[in-house]
Write a protein that binds this ligand. Structure first.
Ligand code: BG6
Length: 472
């Protein structure tokens, strides 16, 4: 809806930026850190691993000084669980504990609100080896113990917490849960068992946060792409409803409403993938609701009907990274109305406005954008300067969509871009860059890891300084 006037961003809006430990810290085997599933992941050799990353572990002071110079109000980062508990449970590693104390203190001294993700893909390999990790109920207790330790140790200074990053992406990627893929159906079945245990664990972590952290606020950080029906054919509309239930709503419905939405439940039962629900599980979710919804937004998807037939029977899943199509449910097709990044992610800021309104309507909780950003290949000039106008364009349009959603009543806590400095991309190594700050390294050549400010750094600084007045 258009309005005659536009509401400004509130004064306390958290202008932020994000990273994740395994993608930025490096020091993968330093100071007692244990292995996570990301460390042992078998990588495509053309892409770098996480050993050094952006070396934030050794550059954190410099990086936070740059955040301060940029005027960031918030820095969202994750704790590497295995720096604190190298095996995932048992002995605490004090050097890991100290590192995050230092990062938090540095943020606070710089006037930056820390927002901590407790679990961003880096599941402890030790727990996988002890009992199969998320596939076992013991995972719930270990996660809650780890979170409780973090709340007790850092909760005097950290008031914003995120339980699980992109749970849907964990569920569908066996390597992120720590098991070897067998058949897609078996993998999916295990993924939904892990999903259930994660939701129960998150509920008890929310409880612990509320009990331990004075004034603490906690929520999930889901991935929530906008989905559209490809056409006005009723079949596409129905497929769109299915994709929203099966890909977008199911985690949040468990987190916020404490229930399996009916379509998701029927889907799991019909495909023989329904996990066992133990007494008290759903009650724990229902009574321990998040305080806000954190979500990552990058792109939208166009959804078409995909009726099952002899050639494509129900259950014939062909998953590469995520279920992109499923006979009898939906498929994702190219949206010819949008342009895309070099990696085919369709750029759609209006989708962010739609998602914001959908989430706020359905869950009635304030929203925090935990990631939003533009990945690109970049060539700097001789001073390390990058003219990343595409990134500025992407971010300013997406922030405008936040402003428009806010203008019609959606409540936001803040906006965290992905990412503050260049870090290792989740799937594409160091050649896919997202930062306001360039890190001088290439895929396999570490160079000097020097930091330099890109054009977008100055643009974001100006945006924060005028509290988004320049976003029109
Ligand atoms: C999200 C993740 O999926 O998207 C991040 O939370 C990830 O860890 C980001 O880096 C962008 O994805 P990619 O593959 O471009 O790095």
């Amino acid at each position: 809806m258009e309005t005659k006037t536009m509401k400004p961003f509130p004064d306390n809006f958290l202008w932020g930026s994000s990273t994740a430990a395994f993608q930025c810290e490096g020091a993968a085997h330093e100071d007692g850190k244990g292995n996570s599933v990301m460390d042992v992941r078998v990588q495509d050799p053309s892409i770098c691993n996480y050993e050094v990353a952006a070396d934030h572990y050794h550059h954190y002071k410099e990086d936070i000084a740059l955040m301060k110079e940029c005027g960031l109000k918030a820095y969202r980062f994750s704790i590497a669980w295995t720096r604190i508990f190298p095996e995932g449970n048992g002995e605490v590693n004090q050097r890991g504990v100290d590192f995050y104390n230092n990062v938090i203190n540095e943020c606070i001294a710089s006037g930056i609100t820390p927002i901590i993700t407790l679990y961003h893909f880096e599941y402890p390999q030790g727990l996988v080896e002890q009992y199969g990790g998320w596939l076992d109920r013991r995972s719930i207790e270990d996660y809650v113990n780890y979170c409780t330790f973090c709340f007790k140790t850092y909760g005097d200074r950290v008031k914003y917490w995120l339980t699980v990053n992109e749970q849907d992406h964990v569920n569908h990627m066996p390597f992120r849960i720590g098991f070897k893929s067998t058949s897609v159906l078996e993998d999916e079945k295990k993924g939904y068992l892990a999903n259930h245990n994660m939701c129960v664990a998150a509920a008890y972590a929310i409880k612990a946060c509320h009990e331990i952290v004075e004034g603490g606020k906690i929520g999930p950080a889901v991935c929530f792409d906008m989905h559209y029906p490809t056409s006005n054919k009723p079949e596409d509309g129905l497929a769109w409803l299915d994709s929203m239930d099966l890909r977008n709503y199911y985690v949040l419905d468990m987190n916020v409403k404490g229930k399996y939405n009916p379509v998701f439940k029927r889907y799991l039962e019909d495909r023989d993938m329904m996990p066992e629900i133990h007494e008290g599980d759903m009650e724990a979710m229902k009574t321990n609701k998040p305080d806000f919804i954190g979500f990552n937004y990058y792109a939208s998807k166009s959804i078409s009907a995909f009726p099952a037939d002899e050639e494509h029977p129900i259950g014939d899943l062909k998953i590469k990274l995520l279920p992109a199509e499923e006979p009898g449910a939906y498929k994702i097709v190219k949206n010819n109305n949008l342009t895309a990044t070099l990696w085919g992610w369709e750029i759609d800021n209006i989708g962010l406005e739609c998602v914001s309104r959908i989430l706020y309507d359905r869950y009635e909780l304030p929203l925090l954008i935990t990631e939003c950003g533009f990945g690109n290949k970049e060539t700097p000039d001789e001073n390390g300067y990058v003219e990343d106008d595409d990134r500025i364009d992407y971010l300013s349009k997406h922030i405008l969509s936040v402003k428009k959603a806010m203008n019609v009543g959606v409540e936001f806590i803040g906006f965290c871009s992905w990412s503050f400095m260049d870090i290792v991309s989740g799937h594409s190594g160091f050649s896919k860059r997202y930062g306001f700050v360039r890190v001088n390294r290439e895929e396999h050549d570490l160079k000097d890891l020097a930091r330099s400010k890109k054009k977008s750094f100055y643009w974001y600084k100006e945006t924060i300084a005028c509290n988004g007045e320049n976003i029109k």
